[in-house]
Design a protein around this ligand. Structure first.
Ligand SMILES: Cc1cc2nc3c(=O)[nH]c(=O)nc-3n(C[C@H](O)[C@H](O)[C@H](O)COP(=O)(O)O)c2cc1C
Ligand code: SF4
Ligand code: SF4
Length: 316
């Protein structure tokens, strides 16, 4: 059997999980191809029996993967599975993602998420989920990959009771929908807009932001050059800041230079309540106590050198 695993990653968490899922599927005897989203086209799907889709969680969703899936030709019952990594809001993603996989004619046979460390410019460092994915997460991901490949084979042979039930619409889903509602309704980036300083930009020697823009909003080869969803700036509502984080030369900046000052010292009590509960239920393992979260050191204070974040290397 042939398995294609398509994933998106910014800081490497989802990639690490995807690599373990691939190992697990290989253990089950599958031939596995692991590819970043930008390297995948729909024609490739014909060569695979099972497709895995993995992404980080952004506003409980995955904007670039979502756009890719929405434009997908109908898949006529092809088996798929979904996986994610997430910060403090794990419970909304699959109730949102599984229906739109089904809407494209895919048959989702399973889904699974893992905590991941968070690297956003204004978020505390270390973050509540520091240390994830950890060894246990990686082992679970491998077991999940093995399970998905084995189950797909058995489901193809007629064992339909192996298909995971639809994600439950339980209190946790509604709780996180309430917490996310401000985020979901905000039409722009709450971090403000990101702009590019042509004086500092080293294009065409550097084209890192153009190659890695999450939403494909950057084209510096055109005249006039295009940067961000507004053409000269980016205020995309998903809180993306990737180009700002990865630009090696500090050529991307925020509209308000004190933007991240306002995040300093903020303790996210609602996150703590949810994490305490999930820890008590055994679904969250804490690697640092809540008191040691870096409330006074938002990411870019903790890591002030440029680039703030390096694009993870592809290992396969
Ligand atoms: C722009 C952005 C938005 C995010 N939004 C959420 C969110 O709504 N809920 C959540 O649980 N985590 C959120 N996170 C945290 C990521 O889902 C988490 O850090 C993930 O493990 C990152 O995966 P990656 O390293 O593969 O990019 C967000 C991270 C970023 C960068
Ligand atoms: S990453 Fe920075 S220097 Fe490189 S092209 Fe983009 S803005 Fe210019
Ligand atoms: S913030 Fe930068 S990387 Fe993210 S979508 Fe906007 S232009 Fe692209």
């Amino acid at each position: 059997m042939r398995v294609l695993i398509v994933y998106y990653t910014q800081s490497g968490n989802t990639q690490r999980i995807a690599e373990q899922i691939a190992k697990g599927a290989r253990k089950a005897g599958a031939e596995v191809t692991l590819l970043r989203l930008k390297r995948v086209n729909y024609e490739m799907f014909d060569d695979y029996d099972l497709i895995g889709f993995g992404s980080p969680t952004w506003k409980a969703d995955t904007p670039n993967m979502h756009a890719f899936i929405d434009k997908m030709p109908m898949q006529n019952g092809k088996h798929c599975f979904a996986f994610n990594t997430h910060g403090t809001l794990p419970h909304l993603y699959f109730p949102i993602v599984i229906p739109y996989l089904k809407a494209r004619g895919l048959l989702p046979i399973g889904y699974r998420g893992w905590y991941g460390d968070v690297n956003m410019p204004g978020m505390p460092k270390p973050y509540y989920t520091f240390g994830h994915p950890d060894e246990q997460d990686l082992a679970e991901a491998m077991a999940f990959g093995q399970e998905m490949a084995e189950n797909s084979r058995r489901i193809a042979a007629g064992e339909t009771d192996l298909i995971y039930p639809d994600p439950e619409m339980n209190d946790k889903v509604f709780e996180q929908a309430m917490i996310c509602s401000n985020m979901l309704l905000c039409p722009t980036n709450p971090q403000g807009a990101f702009l590019r300083d042509p004086e500092k930009c080293r294009y065409p020697k550097c084209h890192l932001c153009m190659d890695n823009c999450t939403m494909g909003y950057i084209d510096l080869s055109r005249e006039p050059q295009v940067f961000g969803n507004r053409g000269d700036r980016c205020d995309d509502c998903h809180e993306c800041s990737y180009c700002f984080m990865i630009c090696p030369f500090g050529a991307i900046y925020t509209e308000d230079p004190n933007q991240f000052e306002k995040d300093k010292g903020i303790r996210h009590k609602n996150f703590e309540v949810m994490l305490d509960r999930d820890e008590a239920e055994g679904t969250f393992r804490r690697h640092i106590p809540a008191d040691e979260v870096g409330f006074d050191t938002p990411y870019i204070y903790w890591h002030p050198q440029r680039p703030y974040l390096k694009v993870p290397k592809e290992n396969e």
